[in-house]
Design a protein around this ligand. Structure first.
Ligand code: PHE
Length: 464
């Protein structure tokens, strides 16, 4: 193992970096539009249940595997002695590359909107389609974003990743609270809150369950080894169960807060909730405009800056996964590895960039029985985040409980001290990773994949 892998300087540093990874476009851009498409509060309830019941134990498992082995997502399985299982790590690498390839494009939109707001162009909300179609502009922002990300990752773990998260995460929180306070003063704000909080369970279909599970994994950065990688930089003395609990709470907290901010905005403007990927980009500029030119520029600029910050700490973690792989397994220097991977992923992202209006064949790329006609970028999201991540999570749970074995996992959770009394939370994790996670993840995965890709509606049959 390379001597200079680096590590987090403290428990708080790890928690903030992991929370920075988790909190991102997933919470503020994707979560609201998935809630909107999934019929509101019923989706929220499912998402929350998935996060706490299924994802939290998988998160502890990922961090545990990483910390035990001090390796990247692929190498970790080999170090534990199960080379065949490194396939899970490779699946994670592929997921990470695909996710970052489109994530960087949305991050570029967010950053571009920041620039538009600061220059007072509130009309951009009505011109979202035109904006995303303009691949030269979006591509330039995407290059800026990827270069910034690569710069931080090339600086290493405590000097780059941890430092960025320590500054950006707290600012993010403060900004969200301020925007909620404003949102709640708007007309029809309460209709938005009602949509968000009062569930209508008749809205639940196979597709909604599928997106809610995918959303939970995506939002928590799980199922692709991002937390195996971050876990590999965690001190042997830290309590990983409580650290994972903090990360889960922060991530779910920010997503929940984002809903309180967005839905009052959406309803105050009388905009449809099921607008998909454009939801916040179409809705928000008008809200900011209503504040008048000075305040509007300020609040609008602040919001999209916030969104860019949130995205940035996530792109860092997405890039770190393949970078750590190159550093550990291919003995490449960190800086070289970072820039090579970043360029590769940027190129992989070009079709996504072109699929939002610029090239017709990519804009209506594929038609599936479940979701209908999708653009290339949405399709990649469906494959990588909604399908590969839960699949990865399922395999990580099975691996942890039945291959690596629960005794070893329990010992890792107790920091190697077999005499330590396990906390209630730790006992839940241990139980869930062996039974609840494999069974429910496996079942939900099969049912929802059949539903989405082949149009076989098992869930509707069960629910009647
Ligand atoms: N969790 C991030 C978000 O919510 C996205 C992400 C997914 C980051 C997977 C890393 C790994 O925006």
């Amino acid at each position: 193992m390379a001597v200079d892998r680096g590590c987090f300087s403290s428990r708080l540093g790890f928690i903030l970096a992991a929370a920075g990874s988790a909190v991102g476009l997933g919470n503020i851009w994707k979560f609201p539009f998935e809630v909107g498409k999934g019929g509101g509060a019923a989706f929220v309830v499912m998402y929350l249940a998935f996060c706490f019941i299924l994802c939290f134990p998988v998160m502890v498992a990922e961090i545990g595997i990483g910390r035990k082995t001090q390796r990247n997502a692929v190498g970790a399985f080999t170090v534990l002695g199960y080379k065949n299982w490194s396939i899970v790590g490779y699946l994670g690498l592929v997921s990470g590359v695909l996710i970052l390839s489109f994530y960087n494009v949305v991050a570029a939109w967010a950053f571009g909107y920041f620039v538009e707001m600061v220059t007072g162009n509130f009309d951009i909300g009505n011109n979202f389609g035109e904006f995303t179609k303009d691949w030269v502009t979006v591509g330039s922002y995407a290059i800026i974003f990827m270069v910034g990300t690569a710069y931080v990752v090339s600086k290493g773990v405590s000097g780059g990743i941890e430092k960025a998260a320590k500054i950006l995460m707290p600012s993010l929180f403060v900004m969200i609270i301020a925007l909620i306070a404003y949102a709640l003063t708007l007309p029809n704000a309460m209709d938005g809150i009602r949509f968000y909080l009062v569930p209508d369970f008749s809205q639940i279909t196979g597709q909604v369950v599928y997106s809610a599970l995918g959303q939970a994994f995506f939002s928590l950065s799980l199922g692709m080894g991002a937390l195996i990688t971050y876990g590999s930089y965690v001190s042997k003395k830290d309590n990983i169960v409580s650290a994972a609990a903090s990360v889960t709470l922060m991530d779910v907290g920010v997503a929940t807060l984002a809903g309180f901010m967005i839905f009052p905005f959406v309803f105050s403007q009388g905009i449809e909730t099921n607008g998909g990927a454009g939801l916040i980009f179409v809705t928000l500029p008008g809200v900011f405009e209503a504040l008048g030119s000075t305040l509007g520029v300020f609040v609008g600029g602040l919001f999209f800056l916030l969104l860019s910050f949130a995205a940035f700490t996530s792109t860092i973690s997405l890039l770190e996964v393949p970078t750590a792989y190159m550093v550990d397994e291919k003995n490449m220097g960190r800086s070289k590895a970072t820039w090579l991977v970043a360029i590769f992923i940027f190129l992989v992202g070009i079709p996504s960039m072109l699929s939002n209006g610029a090239v017709d064949s990519l804009t209506s790329f594929i038609t599936l029985p479940g979701p209908g006609t999708l653009d290339f970028m949405t399709f990649i999201g469906l494959i990588a985040s909604d399908t590969f991540l839960p699949l990865g999570g399922f395999m990580i749970a099975v691996f942890t409980a039945y291959v690596w074995k629960k005794e070893n996992f329990n010992l890792e959770m107790s920091n190697g001290d077999a005499t330590m009394q396990a906390s209630l939370l730790q006992r839940y994790v241990s139980f869930a990773i062996g039974y609840i996670c494999p069974v429910l993840l496996g079942a939900i995965f099969i049912v929802t994949v059949l539903d989405n890709f082949l149009g076989i509606k098992i869930l509707s049959l069960i629910l009647g």
